[in-house]
Ligand binder design. Structure first.
Ligand code: C2E
Ligand code: MG
Ligand code: MG
Length: 723
């Protein structure tokens, strides 16, 4: 008999009939390993001893233990439950077959045995069993793998230092790992089910609300687009902000999106480190001032900025003279303290400047506008640097050389400017006189001149070097003198009489215009009062006010107090304003003119036609007079354009019911034309240059007046010198 190979399926045949056992053995042995049991008991015995057949052929009718009883026992045993059982029944016992199938047999074979049927049924059942086993095994493997991975994930989530959380499509937390919860100051369980947006990212770092419609995480949730390495702020349970870097990935189940997984890390440490690095690379440790690195950056920015505004930028390089000697004699520590002290003083002096930086060693750089530099800054620097410093109980005198380069003239790159400022400082050091040097020599002379003049102007008022000239203003029709414009001059000890065009703008740039203007106002009012007291005909005195005096904001008070203290009636004072004051702050200007008007003084707009006053603006100002600028009067006769402008101003003035005075009238022809076109008053060399007060008094006393056709009786002051 041919025997089945090893590893072929095992079939257990249970029957109390030895013939059946033998026949089955013959039929099955070539393909299966056959085991036989001649009683139910024996079969259970064998099964209990490690026999695990792939199939059992079980006789239903057996003494003692029948097939049903055995099947029941098999089913009760988890190890044996899966073994398919085929019942062997007598042909007539159909009810056995049904009962057997109900009890859990997989098939039945009727006796007498027909080998092909046995083989076919056995094979079918064994194949089915194998298929089932395979499936079950696969399932087990899969389940194991899933469990393994879940455990692994759990472990990873628990162990990772990154925060990880998941939200569902409605934005509610579905899980939070321990690290994430801890970073945010929550217990994981507290967060589950909560809405993530109002909990975690409701506001930006600055506290302003992060609207959900604009929130990147909310967008990722709705769009399913991943986010990688973004920085943002999450908010902790205690309300404190947590700067984070986060990534977000859409969570999928099959093809369906079910939410978002967000990983985040606390980047406070990194930010601190970066800030520290930045500080270190941008600031000088000793003085806390910007270093060369940051200076370069600031300088480049300033260059663009100044260029756009069409302004000049000055680069000042301050180098301490013989700092090395101080270091050597007093020690390095004292040297350092001195540098700190100097840095402190420089930053106090240069607080209006754009930047103060420390280059290497004993060199400092200031960036400032040219106006500020020449106005007050250089002088203030010189003053500060000439004071003794007290360091470590020692009194130390520091001398410094200052070099200035001005952009765009002396260069238009950071490098070039610092180099040129440095070259200028070197020259200043070489000259050894403590005088600052400008890089360009022409500039040098002019700027130093202005610097020197600014220092001198500061003392001009107290040293009584200022004086006023008075230029008569006359009625065009009657020819009578109706007033005088007070024009300031500076009697300079070496320069002689300096005209206002050379120092008014300097006074404005350096903030001295306040004192100067106040002196002029007081002096002009007092003078007018003296003329009145002397019994001369009443005239008004016109005083020029600078736009800067308006900006200071106390003009009205000043005028009121000057009128009070001099006793001059307000109607005898006229204030000449310029259009630049109107434009600086129109609203403030309108208010101020109303206040002044309420005092009773006369207001006129000087140099009219050269600015950009609009008609609507003019209407809102409480003006009495327009003063046609002399540039139009000059070419009145020979240039049609000028004539047209003058006529336009005249008709505009009439519409607005303003009196009109023409300044700079030099010829009778000009006067005649103006008169013919309806101009009311004039002022100019035709009748008189500005004259000293006593001379003006003479004109008043002799009742001088202008008569057309060359009949003027004023003595025409000769010579070009201003008076
Ligand atoms: P402004 O207010 O337009 O004064 C008129 C200027 O024209 C005066 O020059 C005057 O001398 C000059 N002038 C008068 N008649 C004629 C003429 O027929 N022909 C020519 N070519 N020039 C004539 P000045 O005194 O040099 O003053 C120049 C400017 O300085 C003034 O222009 C005014 O804007 C300013 N200024 C003068 N004094 C003061 C003052 O006390 N305070 C302020 N803030 N500015 C003043
Ligand atoms: Mg004027
Ligand atoms: Mg003028």
């Amino acid at each position: 008999m041919q025997l089945a190979p090893p590893f072929s399926p095992v079939v257990l045949v249970v029957d109390d009939n030895p013939d059946i056992l033998r026949i089955m053995g013959d039929v099955l042995a070539p393909q299966y390993r056959v085991r036989v049991a001649n009683s139910g008991r024996r079969a259970l015995d064998m099964l209990a001893h490690d026999l695990k057949p792939d199939l059992i052929l079980l006789d239903v009718l057996m003494p003692e233990l029948d097939g049903y009883a055995i099947l029941k026992q098999l089913q009760a045993d988890a190890r044996l439950r899966d073994i398919p059982v085929i019942f062997l029944t007598a042909k007539s016992a159909t009810e056995d077959e049904e009962k057997g199938l109900e009890a859990g047999a997989v098939d039945y074979i009727t006796k007498p045995i027909r080998p092909p049927i046995v083989l076919a049924r056995v094979q079918t059942q064994i194949e089915r069993k194998h298929a089932r086993d395979w499936l079950r095994d696969q399932n087990e493997v899969l389940e194991f793998e899933v469990a393994r991975r879940a455990a692994e994930n759990e472990l990873i989530l628990a162990a990772t230092a990154e925060g990880v959380y998941g939200v569902d499509l409605s934005g509610r937390f579905t899980f939070v790992n321990p690290a994430g919860a801890a970073m945010l100051g929550y217990e994981s369980a507290e967060l589950l089910g909560r809405e993530s947006h109002p909990t975690l990212h409701h506001s930006h770092a600055n506290g302003s609300p992060n609207v959900a419609a604009e929130c990147a995480l909310a967008a990722a949730l709705t769009s399913g687009v991943a986010i990688h390495g973004e920085q943002s702020t999450f908010w902790c349970k205690d309300g404190s902000p947590l700067p984070v870097e986060y990534s977000a990935l859409p969570m999928q189940r099959g093809k369906q999106r079910v939410g978002l997984v967000v990983t985040f890390t606390d980047i406070r440490e990194r930010q601190r480190y970066q800030a520290q690095l930045e500080r270190h690379s941008n600031y000088d440790d000793l003085t806390g001032l910007p270093n060369r690195n940051l200076l370069n950056d600031r300088l480049s920015r300033a260059l663009t900025h100044y260029q756009q505004a069409d302004r000049e930028l000055a680069v000042l390089l301050i180098s301490l003279i013989r700092y090395k000697d101080i270091n050597d004699t007093l020690g390095r520590h004292t040297g350092d303290l001195l540098l700190q002290e100097v840095a402190g003083q420089l930053s106090r002096v240069s607080q209006d400047a754009d930047t103060l930086a420390r280059l290497d060693g004993d060199e400092f750089v200031i960036l400032a506008s040219r106006e500020l530099t020449e106005g007050t800054l250089l002088q203030a620097l010189l003053d500060t640097l000439s004071l003794p410093y007290h360091v470590n109980g020692e009194e130390v005198f520091v001398r410094a050389s200052i070099g200035v380069a001005v952009a765009p003239r002396d260069g238009d790159t950071a490098d070039q400017l610092i180099r040129n400022a440095s070259a200028a400082a070197y020259q200043s050091k070489a000259a050894g006189n403590g005088v600052p040097r400008f890089y360009a020599s022409a500039m040098n002379a002019r700027s130093l001149d202005r610097l020197k003049m600014a220092a001198e102007l500061r003392h001009a008022v107290e040293r009584q070097q200022l004086l006023l000239s008075y230029q008569p203003q006359l009625h065009l029709h009657s020819g009578a003198i109706i007033g005088a414009e007070a024009l300031v001059r500076w009697r300079h000890p070496t320069r002689g009489l300096v005209p206002p065009n050379e120092f008014i703008s300097l006074a404005e740039d350096t903030g001295m215009i306040g004192d100067l203007g106040e002196w002029v106002l007081r002096e002009a009012c007092s003078q007018n009062m003296r003329w009145r007291d002397a019994g001369l005909p009443d005239v008004t005195v016109a005083v020029n006010l600078s736009a800067r005096q308006f900006e200071a904001g106390n003009v009205t008070e000043l005028v009121r107090s000057v009128l009070d203290s001099t006793g001059l009636p307000a109607a005898a004072l006229e204030l000449e304003l310029t259009e630049s004051a109107v434009m600086a702050d129109a609203e403030a200007f309108v208010r101020t003119t109303q206040d002044l008007k309420a005092l009773g003084v006369t207001l006129s707009l000087d140099d009219f036609g050269t600015g950009y006053s609009s008609l609507s603006q003019l209407q809102r100002l409480s003006l009495d007079r327009l003063k046609i600028d002399q540039s139009f009067v000059r070419h009145l006769v020979d240039q049609p354009d000028s004539a047209a402008i003058v006529r336009a101003i005249l008709s505009l003035g009439h519409i607005l019911k303003l009196a009109i005075i023409a300044e700079g009238v030099e010829t009778a022809a000009q006067a005649e034309l103006l008169k013919a076109w309806g101009c009311d008053e004039f002022q100019g060399f035709l009748f008189s240059r500005p004259v000293p007060p006593e001379e003006f008094a003479g004109l008043l006393k002799s009742r001088s007046h202008w008569a057309p056709n060359g009949g003027s009786d004023a003595r025409f002051p000769q010579g070009g010198a201003i008076r």
